[in-house]
Design a protein around this ligand. Structure first.
Ligand code: ATP
Ligand code: MG
Length: 569
């Protein structure tokens, strides 16, 4: 490609609408342009990078015998009613009506359509396992589209769906996808971590998110400083140092705490640390009102609560309900005397002589111990934080930030049962297929790579996914010898299948250098009059400070081996 022919609308100013680095740089470097909220056009530079990520994905998926298909963006309501998601999906599902008054939606994901396809076409165990994938546009009417293509409304996703005859097969398919994902993100040149994610009521450890490590990430990753344990915040669990149970009860005392509702208020009023308080949170659920107990300085992980009790619905109780079940106002609840089921976080077991609410306005109870009230049990219910104990070893948990670029999930029978996707097994018995689904945000991967790779001059992408691998840059277009060599180098690199651009524009060298850095081209071959006189050209690696002088006859070999080495991981 010749730079002069390319559509690369760069910007000098940082666009106001952009908050994070990747969004700013993708606009400035002419990768994307906004059409409407969360809806973007990919320009040539951005699209080249996007296509390279797609190609890596395709190759790694195909290696695992997954097969590419392409399903429709527009889908009929009926399938979504069958899976019961027409109601459940909420406002992220964009629905509309066609000229014949048929209700349709724009696909946010494709479980329904792929399950429908497979239930029609696959009849026998001989046709299983099957893994079908596509790279396609999704639409989700996100509440808060932001960060450019990172959280768009219209975005490109690779989604794969596996169908197996039994659990063991489904687990193999899952592990295949896990391996494929590791390879994909490695080949993209990213620093990433697979972390355990919540499986809801399916249970087991068959959901992983692939997180690109970046401070600006929306997600919190909890990982152990000693072993390999890593999970997202929802899923993370802390270890627990058990305590010998001592019977010490009945010593508690009611004290007046006028107007002190919040943990900090009560703690400072009674001159104790917040972790000496026990919080009693009252929830309304589809299984009735419950109380949850957690140390005063900790929060409750509601996902864990939902999973523990297999709830369909969970909401903090309003003041009226609290009054009704505790007899006291909001802010003064405590476990003693409550008639509702109480679930305690594991930490509560090790608390001694603590403070609880008195179930009465302006009253708390001090010197309480666990045996002073009855709980259903102790469970890992708190939100984990930095410094907690690892659940797998004696290490310490740390929290870092990440961007979720991929998600793999064992679906089990959820869709095959709802939509009756069956096959005949060896004995001629009809059985439901066991499914898995596997997504990668393709555009988000490009953005995440930029969050990880940039400097004050612009984008620093790994060579595998940069729009071009090399820029051949003649410093002065009117120097015939430079131009001739530039042209030769350019053509020779093309012949070696290097993705090369030549900056043939009649611009000042400063402008050319700036653009090359902004766009994020990993290698620059600079051809200038002075070096050329001595038989040299300059090779500059985007993320290295110094450039190297290379004999002009060696440059092709150097570039080719550099590119090959960087891409072979
Ligand atoms: P998130 O928690 O970020 O909303 P999700 O759990 O809804 O993600 P999945 O349904 O698992 O995401 O989709 C698979 C992948 O698609 C995600 O891992 C992510 O990389 C990408 N993705 C999801 N939503 C968006 C979006 N709004 N914009 C861009 N990419 C997205
Ligand atoms: Mg989402």
């Amino acid at each position: 490609m010749l730079f002069s022919k390319m559509f690369i609308p760069t910007m000098k100013e940082v666009p106001k609408e952009a908050e994070v680095v990747s969004h700013k740089l993708m606009l400035r470097a002419g990768y994307i342009r906004r059409l409407a909220s969360g809806i973007y056009t990919w320009l040539p530079m951005g699209l080249k990078s996007l296509r390279k990520v797609e190609q890596i994905i395709r190759e790694e998926m195909n290696k695992k015998s997954a097969q590419e298909i392409l399903m429709p963006v527009v889908q009929p309501k009926e399938l979504w009613v069958e899976s019961k998601r027409w109601e459940k999906y909420g406002k992220e599902l964009l629905r509309f009506v066609d000229r014949n008054d048929r209700e349709l939606c724009l696909a946010p994901t494709h479980e329904e359509v792929v399950t429908d396809l497979v239930r029609r076409e696959v009849k026998s165990y001989k046709e299983l396992p099957l893994n079908l994938y596509q790279i396609q546009t999704k639409f989700r009417d996100e509440i808060r589209p932001r960060f450019g293509v990172m959280r768009g409304r219209e975005f490109s996703m690779k989604d794969a769906y596996s169908f197996d005859m039994d659990e063991a097969g489904a687990e193999r398919s899952y592990m295949d996808m896990y391996d494929a994902y590791v390879n994909i993100f490695k080949r993209c040149g990213l620093r990433f971590k697979p972390v355990e994610a919540d499986t809801g009521q399916i249970g087991g450890s068959f959901s992983h998110e692939f997180m690109v490590l970046a401070d600006t990430g929306e997600d919190t990753i909890i990982s152990c400083d000693t072993c390999g344990y890593a999970a997202n915040l929802e899923k993370a669990e802390a270890g627990f140092v058990g305590r010998e149970k001592r019977v010490r009860n009945g010593n508690y005392m009611r004290v007046e705490t006028p107007g002190q509702r919040k943990v900090e208020e009560v703690a400072s009023f009674l001159q104790v640390m917040p972790d000496k308080l026990l919080k009693t949170m009252i929830y309304r659920t589809d299984k009735g009102v419950i109380g949850v107990l957690v140390k005063g300085d900790r929060e409750i992980n509601e996902t864990k609560l939902v999973n523990l009790l297999s709830l369909d619905y969970l909401e903090l109780a309003d003041a009226y309900t609290i009054e009704e079940v505790t007899g006291g106002p909001l802010g003064f609840s405590g476990p003693i005397g409550l008639k509702i089921p109480l679930y305690a976080d594991s930490d509560v077991q090790s608390m001694e002589d603590f403070v609880i609410g008195g179930n009465e306005e302006d009253v708390h109870v001090v010197d309480v111990n666990v045996d002073d009230f009855k709980v259903e049990g102790f469970y890992a219910l708190k939100v984990v934080k930095d410094g907690d104990l690892c659940p797998k070893c004696k290490g310490t948990l740390l929290s870092t930030r990440g961007i979720e670029v991929g998600h793999i999930f064992k679906l089990g029978l959820k869709y095959s049962e709802a939509m009756n996707a069956t096959f005949l097994d060896k004995d001629g018995k009809e059985r439901h297929m066991v499914m898995g689904c596997y997504g990668i945000g393709v555009g988000r991967t490009v953005a995440a790579a930029i969050e990880q790779g940039y400097d004050e001059n612009g984008i620093v992408l790994p060579i595998a996914i940069a729009p071009f691998e090399v820029n051949v840059l003649p410093v002065n277009n009117s120097h015939a010898e430079s131009m001739e060599l530039a042209d030769n180098v350019y053509k020779a690199l093309m012949n070696k299948n290097i993705d090369v651009v030549m900056d043939d524009r009649d611009e000042r060298p400063g402008v050319k250098f700036k653009d090359c850095d902004l766009i994020g081209i990993p290698l620059r071959v600079t051809i200038g009059e002075r070096n050329l006189k001595e038989g040299y050209v300059e090779l500059k690696v985007r993320n290295e400070k110094e450039s190297q002088k290379i004999k002009k006859e060696d440059i092709i070999g150097r570039v080719v081996s550099y590119v090959e080495e960087s891409k072979s991981v």
